[in-house]
Design a protein around this ligand. Structure first.
Ligand code: NAP
Length: 247
């Protein structure tokens, strides 16, 4: 059985990916930050259906937590085949003039450094040059990397721009080591993240400007993540799948 580690697997896109991955035969590590009840619900739903999963708390913006997350994954599941770098945060909508240093550091550390640290630990385990069996990394970026999210959260958009560059560079760095690195760029998906920006109804406000005239479901993003995490995408690395309803 292959193992997939999903950061931020307790809610939203991560939780949908955990369910879909389990239905497709993966054992799943459901990482979470604070919401233990949500993570345990995802795990029990999977186990009830006959799948294999475990919830592991870790703040991916902290190196010691990331090391513990991967160490516990080794202990529980043995080898790691797929990493989904999904955990991400945004904060209240505002212009740059109003953003303080603490906020900028929180956004960049969680959204950029966290993905770098998790990918580093995954590569140490997957690289055929280090005795691993290869694997896949899927980074969850955002279409905000293309729009810049002016007047809402350009810090968040810039963090996702960094993830796009990270995906391109890392995909080439590890291509000869049996590891493929790709990204999905969602937008306008119904999850809790918009409430963190201070506008829980954001998707419904925007939906008329989306060509498909609706918001997206977390399960629709999960489909793209799963495809990039399996052999079905075996000749793709360094690519981006936009899941945005056409915008
Ligand atoms: P969400 O519903 O707010 O869920 C966020 C998840 O990330 C939760 O599981 C949360 O854990 C976890 N998390 C947050 N900070 C963490 C940390 N420091 N360490 C570990 N886990 C952490 O968000 P979502 O909408 O599913 O977003 C998932 C990804 O998609 C993010 O990278 C986001 O930027 C990206 N995205 C989303 C949209 C959208 O429209 N929803 C659009 C573009 C991109 P807890 O449950 O413990 O809090």
């Amino acid at each position: 059985m292959k193992t997939m580690l999903i950061t931020g697997g307790s809610r939203g896109i991560g939780a949908a990916t955990a369910n879909l991955a389990s239905e497709n035969g993966f054992a799943v590590v459901v990482n979470y930050h604070q919401n233990q009840a949500a993570a345990e619900q995802v795990v029990s739903d999977i186990v009830e259906k006959g799948g294999k999963a475990a919830a592991i708390q870790a703040d991916i913006s902290k190196e010691e937590d990331v090391l513990r997350l991967f160490g516990e994954t080794d202990r529980l599941f043995g080898s790691l085949h797929a990493l989904v770098n999904n955990a991400g945060i945004l904060e209240r909508q505002m212009r740059l003039e109003d953003m303080d240093l603490a906020r900028l550091n929180r956004i960049f550390t969680a959204n950029i450094t966290g993905q770098f640290l998790c990918a580093r630990e995954a590569i140490k385990r997957m690289s055929v040059k280090r005795g691993g069996q290869g694997g896949t990394i899927v980074n969850v970026s955002s279409i905000a990397s293309r729009t810049g999210a002016p007047n809402e959260y350009i810090d968040y958009a810039a963090s996702k721009g960094a993830i796009d560059a990270f995906t391109l560079g890392l995909s080439k760095e590890v291509a000869e080591e049996g590891i493929r690195v790709n990204a999905v760029r969602p937008a306008f998906i119904y999850t809790d993240i918009h409430a963190a920006g201070g506008e829980p109804g954001r998707v419904d406000r925007i939906k008329e400007s989306i060509p498909l005239k609706r918001g997206g479901r977390a399960s629709e993003v999960a489909e793209a993540i799963l495809w990039l995490s399996t052999e079905k995408s075996s000749f793709s690395t360094g690519i981006f799948i936009d899941v945005t309803g056409g915008r």
